[in-house]
Design a protein around this ligand. Structure first.
Ligand code: ADP
Length: 189
């Protein structure tokens, strides 16, 4: 089982690299952001709740997102492993993930931290907003998301270091170059 947490600030390239990891290793992919955007698109109650938080650049409450994660995880049968993209985003979520995997006699294999300088993140997200029309990719909400990342999510770097799972990846460069570094880290496991 290869269970990978792909980690990084908004705009660090988690989604792009996850897709390539999925293709190469045949893993299941959970992107909590994609799950929530699908709920919003379908107009569900969960979608309505999620939209309130996402448009403000805030995180959903831990209990809510942990329940969502657990149900997606249970839907995977005969899995070779999972890539977790956008989860965990708080220490409570990381602890919940550890417990959930332990119940299934599994664990996180590695946490890949895609590091990208802040000015580059801003540039990428503003461009993505212009191209995709993603509602939370506007300058004001991006700034809030980056603040939330620094206060609530980046403490996970030390948490995963202490757990012995941390792996730094330079998120600046070509998509192929970054993917090459990711593959090298995975092959070392
Ligand atoms: P990005 O990493 O580019 O900000 P995502 O698509 O991963 O975007 O997430 C978009 C939004 O969905 C987040 O800003 C947050 O509001 C919500 N969200 C996604 N994952 C989580 C999570 N694990 N916990 C709480 N909220 C989440």
């Amino acid at each position: 089982m290869l269970n990978i947490v792909i980690f990084g600030a908004p705009g660090s390239g988690k989604g792009t690299q996850s897709a390539r990891i999925v293709e190469k290793y045949g893993l299941n992919h959970i992107s909590t952001g994609d799950v929530l955007r699908a709920e919003i698109k379908n107009g569900t109650e969960l979608g309505k709740t999620a939209k309130g938080y996402i448009d403000q650049g805030q995180l959903l409450p831990d209990e809510l997102i942990i329940d969502i994660l657990a149900s997606v995880l249970d839907s995977f049968k005969e899995s070779k492993g999972v890539i977790f993209d956008g989860f965990p985003r708080t220490i409570a979520q990381a602890e919940a993930l550890k417990a959930m995997l332990k119940e299934r006699k599994q664990e996180v294999s590695v946490m890949l931290d895609l590091e990208v300088p802040e000015d580059e993140l801003m540039t990428r997200l503003i461009k993505r907003g212009q191209e995709s029309g993603r509602a939370d990719d506007n300058e004001e909400t991006i700034k809030k998301r980056l603040t939330v990342y620094h206060s609530q999510t980046s403490p996970l770097i030390d948490w995963y270091k202490a757990d012995g799972k941390y792996q730094h990846i330079n998120g600046l460069g070509t998509m192929d170059g970054i993917f090459g570094d990711i593959v090298a880290s995975i092959e070392k496991l």
